[in-house]
Design a protein around this ligand. Sequence first.
Ligand code: CP
Length: 316
Amino acid sequence: GRSVVTLDDLSTGQIRELLHKAEYIDAHRREVAHACDGRVIATLFYEPSTRTRLSFETAMLRLGGQVIGFAGSQLASVTKGESIADTLKTVSNYVDVVAIRHPKEGAALVAAEASSVPVINAGDGGHMHPTQTLADLSTIQARFGRVTGLTVGLCGDLTFGRTVHSLIETLCRFGDVRFVLVSPDELKCPQYVIDRIEATPSCSYVECRDLASVIGDLDVLYMTRVQKERFFNEDDYLRLRDTYILDESKLAAAKRDMAVLHPLPRVNEIAVEVDDDPRAAYFEQVKRGMLMRMALESSVIGDRLPGYEPLGAVDT
Ligand code: CP
């Protein structure tokens, strides 16, 4: 098995296969319930999480495996000064796969290099969150039957929102996407992500500050939380946090089949009234996150899913 630190660790054929596998798992929960019997995952979370940790764990439990780990490093030997590398050289003796979340960019790569079993990045600082992107792709695929040929708006904190960076880079690999990047000037998309769009001839982008003026063009609207924990200055956070609030009145100008995604947790970015709108896809996204983690965990360990026929997708 191989580690997944960024989605560049998977070919587009492998990503298509995972999307297909997740659909199979959803329709065959009983058949796959023992696919990972006897396996153990470690979830090492040095940063808060609700969805990612609990879905990594549920995914393994629903495949018949078991879970160890820590949530919050205060109870682990990191408080005594242990390095990530030493932690992985230790924990990888115990388990078949590791999921790690850490506030520092690059931590998952350090972990993967030290580990004797596959490591899955569950978010490293403001850098990448590949399994969130798998959930996002699965949700877009379910809504539109494809992940290409769409106008995808990303709105909010495009500087620190690691899920935004992973999603844009991956959609560029599939190609034929028009990005609309909506943010305050202080929270624009980093240049390395823009470079990725510019290097993809079939993709284009516009940057703007005003959501209302572009919402009618969008097929997907990916809302994000302003990442308080990555700000150096509380005043900047308070000034910027409520820049965009999606409510029913703003949604009135959107296409009837637009899909609203959000990696969650939300603070104020989406009014609760939007939850009942058929365009709200963010709790469906949560479910798809668990299914994609089931697909990924079984794949990196190398366990077969009974009855599953591979898509045999051509690698590109
Ligand atoms: N989307 C996401 O990563 O949520 P958590 O921080 O709750 O895991």
